[in-house]
Design a binder for this molecule. Structure first.
Ligand code: HEC
Length: 452
């Protein structure tokens, strides 16, 4: 075995310079042979010209080469492709995720070796085939609901609701929901609810939209977060809908320039005309203004029940404990954590007193990023899922950093022209905080197998 001593150069060789180390070697991965297929399938849905992140154009070897060091960095720290659910020491979800876009260890090394070698192009005549980007859109849809007028989004951070009537004359079932944002630059995120009573239509008083901070009608059935795939219910699961029902679409606009920026965001529904075996329900745990929380808060470290993140606090925790008390057995298929900019970590798990599988972590998002909150779908294709039963305890712990060490928060405060940290409390806007989680479940009736 030969040992290379740092700083020693064998006789007759020049010391390595940056230029030398960046020189392609025969064995280094090249764009055409190794890198283009990885970028093609995992990145180009967002990084081709005209896409969500088209400014970072990775569609050709030449343009990708200019980003090579950042490609290596963002992929190895696993912030690209965006997917923030993680397996950690404190959370090992038992099941895999559908649409898990994470790169393999092998692909990660290929990208870093390619960047380290100076992003060589390789030989275009023997290029490896490039698979198309993974398509996460609904494979088919039956209805597209469009507001009757575009919303002129102007400077600020607020929520606007759009009641969208569902043009059906017979009862039917919703199988999938996809939101297509009109203007990505202003649509922060979208929640879609099924308003069976038409309350949102009444609130709109004949207008195509109305201001609705915190006011939410009906059951949540889907939504949009950048990078998240549409909600498609698992096999045998669909949401019943009767004629007269309205899709209440709530858009959180976050606009940092004057505007107006006209936005026409649409909702696509995939329907099925036969009754499903199971009906889904979406539960909210934690504190969400305007909605009765499922479960209560757990006193903070000082025994304080108030939700407040003091100015300057780091590693501040807020916890919730909810008792699931609906009879029957419910399979968990959809999960999402939710906080704003002060949040850094959120963990959701179930405790089942006196059961075989006494505790099960459902979702951990340890590098919380407000811009990349996603809906995570449990892969239930083999018929297995985490289960919830009456008496089970759902716990949610959110961690916050309200100090200058939190770059994203500092940036946000600067954007809003605020120059002093303050005690952050519960609220809907990006300058307040929340600690909540969404749990999508469907009814299995009576099942006896423990926790599988
Ligand atoms: C779901 C859409 C999406 C996918 C898929 C995606 N990106 Fe990105 N990417 C973005 C967006 C949006 C930004 C700009 C915001 C940010 O930096 O987070 C970005 C930023 C970047 C940046 C620039 C970072 C910087 O600091 O300026 C790099 C490099 C990058 N992505 C690489 C990749 C690579 C490599 C892949 C595939 C392995 C990938 N991305 C997949 C959406 C995506």
């Amino acid at each position: 075995m030969t040992v290379a001593l740092l700083g020693c150069t064998p006789e007759g060789e020049r010391p390595a310079t940056t230029e030398d180390t960046a020189r392609p070697t025969a064995s280094a991965p090249t764009w055409h042979q190794d890198v283009a297929p990885i970028i093609g399938s995992s990145c180009l849905a967002c990084h081709a010209t005209d896409s969500l992140a088209g400014a970072v154009d990775l569609s050709t070897g030449e343009s990708a080469a200019t980003w090579a060091p950042l490609i290596a960095q963002r992929t190895s720290e696993r912030t690209m492709p965006p997917f923030y659910a993680a397996e950690t020491d404190s959370c090992q979800p038992r099941f895999s995720w559908s649409h898990d876009p994470r790169l393999s260890e092998e692909a990660l090394s290929t990208l870093s070796e390619w960047a380290a070698a100076g992003a060589p192009l390789g030989d275009a005549t023997t290029a490896a085939p490039v698979p198309p980007p993974v398509d996460t859109h609904l494979e088919r849809y039956d209805l597209e609901l469009t507001p009757s007028a575009a919303y002129p989004a102007e400077l600020g951070d607020y929520q606007i609701c759009f009641p969208l009537e569902i043009p059906i004359t017979e009862p039917t079932w919703i199988k999938g929901i996809e939101v297509l944002p009109g203007d990505n630059a202003v649509v922060h995120h979208v929640q879609v609810r099924l308003d069976t009573e038409g309350i949102s239509l009444e609130r709109a008083e004949g207008e195509p939209y109305y201001r609705c901070d915190g006011a939410l009608d009906g059951d949540e059935i889907g939504g949009y977060l950048p990078g998240a795939p549409p909600v498609v219910f698992p096999d045998g699961v669909a949401m019943p809908v009767e004629p007269g029902a309205v899709v209440a679409m709530q858009i959180h606009y976050h606009v940092i320039d004057e505007g107006p920026f006209p936005d026409l965001t649409r909702v696509r529904l995939q329907l099925q005309d036969t009754p499903p075996r199971h009906v889904p329900r979406l539960l909210r745990v934690g504190n969400t203004p305007g909605i009765t929380p499922l479960g209560g808060m757990v006193p903070g470290p000082g025994g304080d029940m108030e939700f407040v993140i003091p100015a300057g606090a780091r590693g501040h925790e807020e916890s919730f404990l909810a008792r699931f008390d609906t009879p029957g057995t419910w399979a968990v298929f959809l999960l999402a954590n939710h906080m704003h900019y002060v949040g850094t970590d959120a963990r959701l798990w179930v405790e089942r007193p006196e059961r075989e599988l006494a505790a099960e972590c459902l979702l951990h998002t340890p590098n919380w990023d407000f811009d990349w909150q996603q809906l995570y779908t449990v892969d239930t294709t083999d018929g297995r899922a985490p289960l919830l039963r009456a008496g089970d305890l759902i716990r949610l712990t959110c961690t916050y950093d309200n100090s200058p060490a939190n770059d994203r928060w500092m940036e946000q405060l600067a954007t809003e022209g605020i120059d002093e940290l303050y005690d952050v409390r519960l609220g809907e806007t990006a300058l307040n905080e929340m600690c909540s989680a969404l749990i999508g479940v469907y009814d299995l009736g009576e099942v006896t197998t423990e926790g599988s």
